[in-house]
Design a protein around this ligand. Structure first.
Ligand SMILES: *Cc1c(COP(=O)(O)O)cnc(C)c1O
Length: 406
């Protein structure tokens, strides 16, 4: 197979709707609908087609149509998604992968070398911790986790470890802690660390880490961006052209790309991100307000509550407070399990960010892989992914399941 040894240039062949990429020119919801979504020039189809093709016919040897050669390197449907993602995160480059972890893996391989260190928040996504500890660890990468909410602790760790990468996630999972992206980026940059923000929970509608000073954003697009629990995917977005080239090369040379149908589904989901996030946030706020002080609960963890320790920071850093909410049950693990299994509208499943409400029991489900580590989650905690159903129905469901605890 004739294949060049380099990733193709960005957005190979695409008609660039440049205006929709500029976050100074159009608002978020407009860019979500239009960025990278030019109509099909041959038929006028308003929705760009799904390019289910692995290869592209050349005019003569090396004379490519629109720059497309072989779909691991570039596919128009993936390009369309990548331009949409870059626009929404106010980045210049975005790369789409087969899953969130595939995106994280490509980014880390692009920036780390044996002997380097990664510093992470102490409640990052369990799979991220597992990736660095169990895949990168044996290749000579060190890992330390700290409480990044405490800037003095973060500074001390950054100055003593001098990590290559600072990895943060805000709001965090499942404790909904909010960390200060701008402040941490400043401290991290002073010691030469690359600042990566996993923006899966907030989405670019609620917070744009690159604007706040981060170097790279990663996503599990499986969650809110896809938004309908029907597709896996991940993304890396940055403004750093040199880093972008390295990530592009990983995408091309290691090949964990998103397929065209997955990319298309993700793009379709993203078009409604703004309206969905408004409804997710309104429903979660309604639940949090109504549940705070309930006798069966010791804590309601939601950054939109004035009582949340990071509420003031969240109000500054985020447009709204999102759809993720955690509850701590007064009755401990037995009550938490009974509650999770007693919900009817909320379905018991891993994952989050879809239109339907889900309940997760982190200690045995999403966070089982970090049991016995410093990231272990209390077995009295339940995490809710609050969907876009009627808020009153969701509240009634939670109240009946709490009442049933007796
Ligand atoms: C789900 C998730 C990931 C991993 O993404 P996959 O698409 O499942 O590989 C990473 N970070 C966060 C915050 C997540 O919720």
């Amino acid at each position: 197979m004739s294949e060049h040894d380099q990733a193709p240039a960005d957005g190979a062949g695409a008609l660039d709707g440049a205006a929709f990429h500029d976050h100074a020119l159009h608002g978020f919801a407009t860019r979500a609908v239009h960025a990278g979504q030019e109509f099909d020039p041959t038929t006028g189809a308003v929705t760009p087609p799904v390019y289910l093709t692995s290869t592209f016919v050349q005019r003569s040897i090396g004379d490519l149509r629109g720059g497309y050669e072989y779909a691991r390197g570039a596919n128009p449907t993936r390009d369309s998604l990548q331009r949409q993602l870059a626009s929404l995160e106010a980045g210049t480059h975005a790369y789409s992968f087969a899953s969130g972890l595939a995106a994280e893996d490509a980014l880390l391989r692009a920036v780390l070398a044996p002997g380097d260190h990664v510093l992470m928040g102490n409640d990052v996504y369990g799979g991220t911790h597992r990736l660095v500890r169990r895949i990168f660890g044996p290749w000579g990468i060190g890992l330390t986790t700290v409480e990044l909410g405490d800037l003095a602790v973060a500074r001390e760790a950054l100055e003593s470890l001098r990590p290559r990468v600072l990895w943060l996630e805000t709001p965090s999972n499942p404790l909904m802690k909010v960390t200060d992206i701008t402040a941490l980026a400043e401290i991290a940059h002073a010691v030469g660390a690359l600042v990566v923000v996993d923006n899966t929970f907030a989405t670019p509608y609620l917070q744009q880490p690159l604007v706040l000073g981060a170097d790279v954003v990663v996503h599990s697009t499986t969650k809110y961006l896809g938004g309908h629990s029907d597709v896996l995917g991940g993304a890396v977005v940055t403004n750093d052209a040199e880093l972008a080239e390295k990530v592009a090369f990983q995408q091309f040379a290691a090949g964990a790309v998103s397929g065209p149908l997955d990319a298309w589904l993700t793009t379709r989901g993203i078009k409604t991100l703004a309206v969905r996030m408004r409804q997710h946030s309104a429903n979660a706020q309604q639940l949090a307000d109504a549940l705070e002080g309930h006798p069966a609960l010791t804590r309601v963890l939601y950054p939109g509550l004035a009582s949340h320790p990071d509420h003031e920071l969240a109000s500054r850093q985020m447009r709204l407070f999102g759809g993720m909410l955690s509850l701590e049950l007064a009755g401990g693990s037995a009550a938490a399990r009974a509650f999770a299994e007693g919900l009817r509208v909320f379905q018991l499943a891993e994952s989050l960010g879809g239109v339907e409400s889900l309940v997760n029991y982190p200690s045995e489900m999403t966070h089982a892989s970090v049991r016995g580590t410093e990231l272990e989650v209390s077995d009295a905690i339940i995490r809710l992914s609050v969907g876009i159903e009627d808020g009153d129905d969701l509240l009634a469901d939670v109240l009946q399941a709490l009442d049933a605890l007796g």
